[in-house]
Write a protein that binds this ligand. Sequence first.
Ligand code: OAD
Length: 229
Amino acid sequence: MAGKIVILTGAGLSAESGLGTFRDEGGLWSQHRIEDVATPEGFARDPQLVHDFYNARRVQAAQATPNPAHDALAQLQRAWSGDVVIVTQNVDRLHERAGASALHMHGELARALCAACGARWDAAPRMSPESPCPSCGALATRPDVVWFGEMPYHMDEIADHLNSCTIFAAIGTSGQVYPAAGFVQEARSTGAETVELNLEMTEISRTFDSRHIGPASKVVPAWVDSLLT
Ligand code: OAD
């Protein structure tokens, strides 16, 4: 069997690599206010606080290593006879470090963005409001991550893939944040088979044709094996 597989990944995929999720008990959004650390308005109010939040996450992400679920998806991308497009909401680089390529719709911790001129470059481990943009010199350096109220990246390319895939899978994502939460409907409307892999049922579980419930490090390698054999 060939055809295109589109895989949407979320924080649950990296949970077993030691990176916290957002909405599980004790998750990031129970410790920090979204308005303070994940909106352009929060950054305008207190850029140091926002940099401190992402600096800590950048260090943590750099120390984390891919788990068997990242490895299995990289193996699928290598071995599947059609295209395997990974679209991730995660801002870590664990897909790449496992040997896969991914579209980062919510940006990347490892990249910096100048809010004044739009230049992008590799982020220093610790960013600060005092670091000037290497391109225009403005003191408007921010993490290259997408905040609430901003448009996610690669949306046209992702829509094309959703409209032409034969299988759509969502892994380790709660299905609470749009536009990603709507991808399953988009893929379904063009006839794709849809599958959810998650530790537990989500609010949108019933939208999928099938579900694999369990930790990503177990259910993802098993699902990949079933596709490749
Ligand atoms: P959430 O924290 O909302 O959801 C994580 C999901 O992973 C939940 O459904 C958990 O049940 C599941 N999960 C936890 N541990 C797991 C494991 N070991 N194996 C499999 N599943 C597991 O994270 P996301 O859905 O990724 O955006 O959140 C989406 C977006 O909301 C993020 O990209 C971020 C956040 O606000 C921005 O910051 C713009």
